[in-house]
Ligand binder design. Structure first.
Ligand code: ZN
Length: 294
């Protein structure tokens, strides 16, 4: 557990887990992917002589809530698991992520641990401000990456969830997962004028005082993908064909069925944004759903 201020810190890992501390009581921001992540978190909190009394999830992607179950069963002082509306329902019913990615009773390939964590009894966030000891934990809406993602601020530290990814991840995956591109653009712009936090803690990048460069890089990534998608739509095609073409052009790894579905959904998010802006249209051609540039 690395402390940033007296009351805030994080447990580094594949997903940085936020820590908000009041005396020996700790509230976690997210819990990592699975039982292994939970064990690591439980050990770190124990080593610091603390007890976990609450979990605040940022969104319902398995790598952010998959540790909830194990922590709930081990943390005897746990009083609450809160998550934003809708995300909280998916955390209670994790089958919903494979369901929305597949659109019907999902095939086994979409039910692995990266898309479906163990269920835990998350409740909707009760208010935009959560009191904790003498402190206030403020909820910051950050929709776009997922339907209703939020971040949390406390004691001059901002836990900003999956709003920004570092360049290394953008280059590795070629396409950042997105549920709603227009909402994501709006969220990224809204973070340009942050108050002077002591530290901003993204889940998948090292914490830093200033995320301006990350915001620019992530906005640029969206702009590039939007441009590529629009260019490819000069010839009408299905979302599946577009996903394959974009994969070839950007070197996006499409090696597994579940990875393909994540990318296909992101491509659909771009198509929906172009449709909304009047730059593309969608129609049925001989029984196929095709998209074309306007
Ligand atoms: Zn995520």
């Amino acid at each position: 557990m690395k402390m940033i201020t007296q009351h805030t810190g994080f447990i580094p890992g594949p997903v940085n887990v936020g820590v908000i501390r009041d005396g020996n009581r700790v509230v976690l921001v997210d819990t990592g992917l699975d039982d292994q992540s939970a064990k690591r978190i439980l050990a770190a909190v124990k080593e610091a002589g603390c007890e976990i009394t609450g979990i605040l999830n940022t969104h319902a992607h398995a790598d952010h809530y998959g540790g909830n179950d194990r922590i709930r069963k081990n943390a005897k002082e746990l009083k609450f698991i809160y998550a934003p509306a809708i995300e909280e329902a998916i955390i209670r019913h994790p089958i919903m992520e494979p369901v929305y990615l597949f659109g019907a009773n999902p095939i086994a390939e979409l039910k692995g641990k990266f898309l479906m964590g163990k269920s835990s009894p998350a409740q909707p966030l009760p208010a935009p401000v959560i009191p904790f000891g003498d402190m206030e934990i403020k909820v910051v809406p950050l929709p776009g990456h997922s339907i209703n993602q939020v971040g949390y601020t406390c004691d001059q530290v901002f836990f900003c969830a999956d709003t920004v990814f570092p360049k290394a991840i953008v280059e590795k995956y070629g396409l950042l997962y997105c549920f709603d591109v227009k909402a994501q653009i709006k969220t990224l712009h809204s973070l340009k004028n942050l108050p002077p936090y002591r530290m901003v803690v993204p889940c998948h990048a090292r914490p830093r005082q200033n995320i301006s460069l990350l915001l620019e890089e992530n906005l640029q990534h969206i702009d590039e993908i939007m441009g590529s998608v629009l260019g490819m739509l000069s010839v009408p095609k299905s979302a599946e064909t577009l996903t394959r073409q974009l994969g070839e052009e950007k070197g996006i790894p499409l090696k597994s069925i579940w990875q393909f579905h994540l990318h296909l959904n992101t491509v659909k998010a771009y198509l929906a944004a172009l449709l909304k802006d009047g730059l593309a249209s969608v129609f049925l051609e001989k029984g196929s759903l095709v998209w074309v540039r306007k």
